[in-house]
Write a protein that binds this ligand. Structure first.
Ligand code: AMP
Length: 249
């Protein structure tokens, strides 16, 4: 069984990015970039399935600029076998990414695609769903447990009311939630080994995918500053504040 794991290069989750002065987006120049945290979870799950002997190969793919190679090397240091880099502009939209992934699914014929549930740069939460729609495959989003047996994936999904259990016929698309696992740190020997693993570079245009953006960013703004909290001493003080200071909408 082959597993394909798409990994996105995003601004590191520890960094608070600034909005560009012209409000056209977020300033990313010079910032530390890392693998999207949910994609680390997806890679970890795929590698565990290979270690258990359920999967035979884990292929990682990133769509973006040349530097996304570093993200692919990290995924291979965690245990992925090989990588595909599809060159395109900085941050392609989910539909374009899903179309590229569909072409790679045709080329690679995986039995399972495990994505992150969302990329933390723009929180789209759309690529996995769109890919499953384009392929006509079964899908399970927000997954916190995966068991593979008899050509089916039995999964737990995190939903508002608790957990939902689904049994999907393979091939399928799964998106990883936070509680699926705790990703490993790449060890130094594995980082060295990953340097020798192959990265195949392709162009989005060669795959025949139109990457033209369909979304237009009108403006990006910093969130409004929250007012400081006040601790009250007593219930009567609270009631007094509610009466006199609270704004009734
Ligand atoms: P999104 O729909 O943008 O929130 O992204 C959901 C998931 O799709 C991510 O966690 C990745 O697994 C995958 N993905 C999105 N964009 C890319 C990209 N440019 N390259 C590789 N994978 C991506």
């Amino acid at each position: 069984m082959k597993i394909l794991v798409p990994v996105k290069r995003v601004v590191d989750f520890n960094i608070k990015p600034r909005v560009k002065s012209d409000g056209s987006g977020v300033e990313t120049a010079g910032l530390k970039m890392s693998m999207n945290p949910f994609d680390e979870i997806a890679v970890e799950e795929a590698v565990r399935l290979r270690e258990k002997g359920i999967a035979s190969e884990v292929v990682v793919v990133s769509i973006g600029v040349q530097q996304a190679q570093e993200t692919l090397r990290t995924a291979m240091a965690m245990g992925a076998d090989r990588a595909l880099l599809v060159l395109s502009e900085e941050s392609p939209e989910p539909l374009a990414v899903a179309k590229v992934l569909m072409k790679l699914v045709e080329k690679e014929q995986p039995h399972l695609v495990i994505l992150g549930k969302q990329a933390i740069d723009d929180d789209m939460n759309a690529t996995g769903q769109m890919l499953a729609g384009l392929l006509g495959w079964a899908q399970a989003t927000f997954v916190s447990k995966i068991e593979i047996a008899e050509n089916r994936a039995r999964v737990h999904r995190e939903i508002d009311g608790g957990l939902e259990e689904l049994s999907l016929k393979l091939p399928a698309v799964i998106t990883a939630d936070l509680r699926l696992n705790e990703p490993r740190y790449a060890t130094l020997p594995n980082i060295m080994k990953a340097k020798k693993k192959p990265i195949e570079t392709l162009n989005a245009a060669d795959l025949g995918v139109d990457m033209m953006p369909r979304l237009q960013i009108l403006s990006v703004a910093e969130p409004a500053n929250k007012k400081a909290c006040v601790l009250v001493e007593s219930v009567s003080e609270l009631v007094e504040k509610l009466r006199n200071e609270a704004k009734v909408l």
